[in-house]
Each structure stands twice: as C-alpha cells, then as structure tokens.
Design a binder for this molecule. Structure first.
Ligand SMILES: NC(=O)CC[C@H](N)C(=O)O
Length: 396
C-alpha cells in the first residue's frame, strides 16, 4: 500500500509507506552510507534542513536509547529507509525508532528502493525534495497530482547560500568540566577552550574534557570579547549545518582569533571556516561525504585513517605543497592541505605553518564512526600547552 510519496526536485518520485510522523517535510535530500550509528546521525545538528536517506537497508534494529544522541532532539528534516526493523533488539533500547520519529514529529518514508534513489543522487547530485503523506498527500480523499507536490518542493529554500548555525546553536553559554583519569572533575584543567557552537555534537566537548580540558561552549553569535572572557588557551569551531560561504560573522570572529595567535582547532564546518578565514574559497560537492568509512590520508605521517564524514561543501585550496593564505596579502603566512580524501581528493584538513591553527573536514569525535582520528584532540592539547597564547611572537 502506498501511503507516502517522496518527490525530488527534478520530478522523480518514489512511492512508499509512512515511517515516523505523517505530514509534509521539505529539505535537501542526501544519503548516508553508515551501517551503524543512526541515532547519532539523526541527532547531529549538521543535518538540519536535510532529508537523510540511509543506504543500509535495515534500520532501527537496536531501537532508540538514551545514551547515543548527539543533541537533545532529532535534527534531520526527514528520514528515508528501505526496510525498518519491525522490532528493536538491544538491552539499551527504550523505544522503537518509528515511535521516536513520530514522537518528535519527523516525517519519514519507508519501503522505497533506496539503492535506485542513491544512484540517482550520485548521478544528478543532491537536490531539494519533499515527503508527503496523510493530509499533505490527499485532497478530498484523492491523491494530489505530482506537479502540485513538485511546486511545493521547488518553493523550498536551497542549501547553497543558507546561513543556519544560528538556528541550531545554544542560546546560552555553558561549561563542560575537565575530567581526570578517574572520570572525576579536575580542579585544575590542563587547558581551557572556548568552543563556538555552530551545531556542536555532544561528543566533541566530551573528547576534550576526557583530556583534562575545560570547555566553555559559546553561542554562534559570540563576539571576540565573549571568547576572550573565558581566558582561553585555545579556540574551537564545531561542525554545523549550512553553506560556509554564508557564515560572515563566524569568519570575522575567527580572523580575530588568528590575529591574536590563539591556538585554533576546527572540525567540519570549522574546517571550512578556517579555510575561508585564511582566504580560500569553498564550493558545493556533487553529493558530499556522509558515512563512517571514508579513507583519509594524513599527509604529515602518510597514514590512512578510516573516518566519519558529514559534509556537502569543501575547501578549495591547492592540494600539493605549501600555499600562501590568500587573505589580506598573505598576512596569515603559509598553509598546507594536511589531509585528503582518497576516494576523490577532496581537501580534508588544513594546517597553518605560521599560525597555531589546524582543522579537519571529518569527525575525530567518532560519534558514530571509527576512532582512528582521535589523535587530533591530542594534537590540539599539545598545541595549547606548548605555547603561551599571550605571546605575540609565539607562532607554532
Ligand atoms: N558536519 C558539518 O559541519 C557540515 C558542514 C557543512 N554544513 C557541509 O555540509 O559541508
């Protein structure tokens, strides 16, 4: 029985069944190749305004638990799965995924050919889409015509040019306390970080706290004075939704940080914003990287890491050798692309050679995903403890 329809911006439609809430949702449709970690995906604020297709055919097997969410709500705009688990099986499960999606009002669709859909998105690129069911699909008991549904999809805002961090960021600053080896709060943290929340995942401050770092999580609207008021040894910019080319406030803030030579680490959106602050451009990828098994080479060591990704944009920086950061006549000195994706040569990390700043496009916090890149948090702690941030001459 068809009771839900997925309509793509280019007119292709897929008929399926209601999964989660009934109604209408619009967003950019993207696919995620993770075989595990659906709870972390659903609650990752970077997916705000995106309809997520899971390429793994069977989703929901372990239900929903209270430990794995990366934020306090589901952020995806819609959810597309092939074959939902009819019952959950895990000692941690509290609810089924279907119930959770419905309770949070997340409109989904199941029972469609997600392989055909993913191949379509790989060929045509990601695009706007809508899921329609219930009253959004019917008018006077009749199924509404496709062209009417398509008009609604075409009226939705595009992801290119969208400035979204303010829609997902915390309203109030908060502190994540440093932890000692026994898991208890440390009286004297190893370092203090001001982390700008552009859509931060819960595991990120946690990974720093586990290394003895006190983290002040600040709203996306934070000013340089708010940052300096935390007396930071380092500044961190998180992952987040939207188009980095629209994030003007954040880029200006980051330049204020770089000008002061405060050690900086950025993840994902934070990497794109470091690229922009240094003067490089960003661009939209055809279909992006979303999953937990992307091979990335650390060009410093030659080691390949298997890494978690969720990005649809990338930095446009020269892949080989050092380049001079284009911003303001090269005032930030030399930069290298430190990491590269081995599937498609997309820039996956940046390192400034004349400033204490580096970033990665992927997810060392590993929620979900492999832990190969955890060393990057250690690198940040080393960068902060190796240098006095108030020393004007103390370039790394
Ligand atoms: N996870 C992220 O930080 C994503 C960054 C950006 N919104 C992108 O899609 O590329």
């Amino acid at each position: 029985m068809t009771d839900a329809v997925l309509v793509l911006e280019d007119g292709r439609t897929f008929a399926g069944r209601v999964y989660g809430a009934t109604g209408r949702t619009l967003g950019e449709i993207v696919f995620n190749t993770g075989m595990t970690g659906y709870q972390e995906t659903l609650t990752d604020p970077s997916y705000h305004r995106q309809i997520v297709v899971m390429t793994a055919p069977h989703i929901g097997n372990t239900g929903v638990n209270d430990e794995d969410p990366e934020s306090d709500r589901i952020w995806v705009a819609g959810y597309v799965v092939r074959d939902p688990a009819r019952r959950s099986s895990s000692w941690r499960a509290r609810r089924t995924l279907d119930e959770e999606l419905a309770a949070q009002g997340i409109v989904g669709i199941s029972g469609i050919d997600t392989r055909a859909l993913t191949r379509h998105l790989r060929e045509r690129g990601v695009m706007r889409a809508g899921i329609f069911s219930g009253d959004a699909l019917l008018a006077d008991g009749e199924r509404r015509p496709d062209d009417e549904l398509l008009d609604e999809v075409l009226a939705a805002p595009a992801m290119a040019g969208a400035d979204l961090a303010g829609e997902v960021s915390t309203d109030e600053a908060y502190v994540v306390e440093a932890l000692g080896p026994d898991g208890q709060p440390l009286a004297e943290p190893v370092a203090t970080v001001a982390a700008v929340d552009l859509g931060i995942k819960a595991m990120t401050p946690q990974r720093l706290a586990e290394r003895g770092v006190r983290v002040h999580v600040l709203p996306a609207t934070a000013t340089i004075d708010d940052v300096l008021a935390t007396s930071p040894d380092g500044v961190f910019f998180s992952n987040g939704p939207g188009d980095p080319s629209a994030a003007t406030h954040e880029v200006d803030l980051l330049r204020d940080v770089l000008d002061r030579r405060i050690p900086f680490f950025g993840i994902c959106y934070g990497n794109q914003l470091l690229g922009r602050a240094l003067g490089y451009g960003t661009y939209k990828l055809g279909y992006g990287h979303r999953g937990v098994n992307q091979p990335v080479m650390d060009r410093l060591t030659g080691k390949v890491e298997i890494t978690a990704h969720n990005h649809g944009f990338a930095v446009d920086a020269p892949l080989d050798g050092e380049s001079t950061a284009p911003h303001d006549g090269g005032r930030y000195g030399r930069v290298v692309v430190s990491h590269v994706d081995l599937n498609d040569d997309v820039v996956e990390g940046l390192r400034a050679l004349d400033l204490p700043a580096f970033s990665v496009q992927y997810h060392p916090e590993a929620a979900a995903g492999p832990h190969d890149a955890a060393y990057l948090f250690d690198r940040f702690v080393e960068l902060m403890t190796a240098q006095n941030p108030n020393d004007e001459k103390g370039a790394a």
